[in-house]
Ligand binder design. Structure first.
Ligand SMILES: Cc1ncc(COP(=O)(O)O)c(C=O)c1O
Length: 379
């Protein structure tokens, strides 16, 4: 029997981090060591993360954005080059391409999972194409085999994909990919406020990115620089937090999986609200739970649902508005082609609260609210 409870009294946060006493203790201990900048904990995180994903190297960085940026620079991408990417992503993915001096070439996505469409990528290749940067949206791996077959270096935006497995291989260790960039941002599956990691088997790329992340120091009493490096290192304070979160990764994933099942069950009764598709051959990281809202069946559009859910004290988010339609990209690259699948999705996607910090009762509040809102709009 369906329970219809009353509106929540407090706002259900969209993606609060799950921070316990262990994280507090790890940060306090690091403070007490007197070494808070990049040091032994960042090194330990690199070791643990490379073991976790099965990559030869993990390079710790200040953010997922820094990982993407320095991976492109380390791969030699620059002025006059083109990098093909997806418009259904956070602006960081496109911005880092711009920051290298290359041109981001946005191509359309697949309707079912909103991951980059390999056929559109193939059609977008020109003699200037130097890399492909796909996103594993929400934690569903994109079709890497089809992208790798194109013979152009692939640098993965794996910021949603900490636990994702593509056809039996953990994201971060898929053979043929040049590297995968992860995020430790507060909302991510391994949450350390900020931070990033590049996982790669490529010794040269790892060495380049290590050099780019700090002004290089040489041995001896003097220092020298070979490249104009960045300040993109991960401090030990945050690495200590990330290490605890990494230890908890399986338990947190299990909680999110349970929440996803609850959403799936609730949505099966709500016409017009459909989750993005998942490929049963892969492990989905369940970083976010994205639904599409078809206004004809759901009785109202995404923005109306978003507002009505907020009135029910349920926070939601949008992943993502098509990047090529945002002001900077429209103005800087006015000759963008229309990308109909991405543009329609941009009007229809809504992300529901999903975090290991949420209790089952929290998710029940969200599904109850969804039912009430759906009944109001379709009734
Ligand atoms: C798809 C995608 N790419 C890149 C990033 C950037 O990661 P960070 O916030 O760690 O810089 C994010 C962060 O939200 C993201 O969602």
């Amino acid at each position: 029997m369906q329970r219809t409870r009353i509106r929540r009294e407090t706002l259900l946060g969209f993606q609060p981090p799950a921070i316990g006493e262990e994280e507090v203790e790890a940060v306090v201990q690091t403070l007490r060591t007197g070494w808070i900048a990049t040091g032994p904990r960042a090194a330990e995180l690199e070791e643990r993360f490379s073991e976790y994903v099965g990559a030869r190297h993990a390079v710790s960085l200040a953010s997922g954005t820094a990982a993407l940026h320095l991976a492109l620079l380390g791969a030699g991408i620059g002025e006059g080059d083109e990098v093909i990417t997806t418009p259904i992503t956070w602006p960081a993915t496109g911005n880092v391409i711009v920051h290298t001096g290359a041109r981001p070439v946005f191509v359309d996505v697949r309707a079912a999972d909103l991951n980059i469409d390999p056929k559109a990528v193939a059609a977008g290749i020109t003699p200037r194409t130097k890399a492909i940067m796909p996103v594993h949206l929400a934690g569903q791996p994109c079709d890497l085999d089809a992208l790798l077959e194109l013979g152009i270096p692939v640098i993965e935006d794996a910021t949603h994909a900490a636990e994702s497995v593509y056809r039996g291989k953990k994201i971060g260790s898929v053979p043929g990919s040049l590297g995968a960039c992860f995020s430790l941002n507060a909302t991510k599956n391994v949450a350390a406020a900020e931070g990033g990691l590049l996982a790669t088997d490529d010794d040269d790329l790892a060495a380049e990115v290590r050099e780019l992340r700090l002004m290089r120091r040489r041995e001896g009493s003097h220092y020298d620089i070979r490249v104009a490096g960045f300040k993109a290192n991960l401090p030990d304070l945050l690495a200590a937090l990330a290490l605890v979160q990494l230890e908890k990764i399986d338990g947190h994933a299990e909680t999110r999986r349970r929440h996803v099942e609850a959403y799936d069950a609730a949505l099966s009764d709500l016409p017009g609200l459909t989750p993005l598709s998942r490929d049963p051959r892969d492990v989905h990281a369940f970083h976010i739970y994205v639904i599409r809202i078809d206004p004809k069946l759901a009785g109202a559009d995404r923005d109306a649902y978003r507002e009505a859910l907020l009135a029910e004290n349920i926070a939601t988010s949008i992943h993502f508005l098509p990047l090529h339609r945002l002001t900077y990209y429209r103005e800087r690259f006015p000759d963008q082609p229309r990308l109909p699948v991405a543009e329609r999705a941009g009007d229809e996607v809504l992300s529901l609260p999903l975090s290991p910090a949420h209790s089952d009762a929290d998710i029940e509040d969200a599904t109850d609210a969804l039912r009430r809102v759906h009944a109001d709009f379709t009734g």
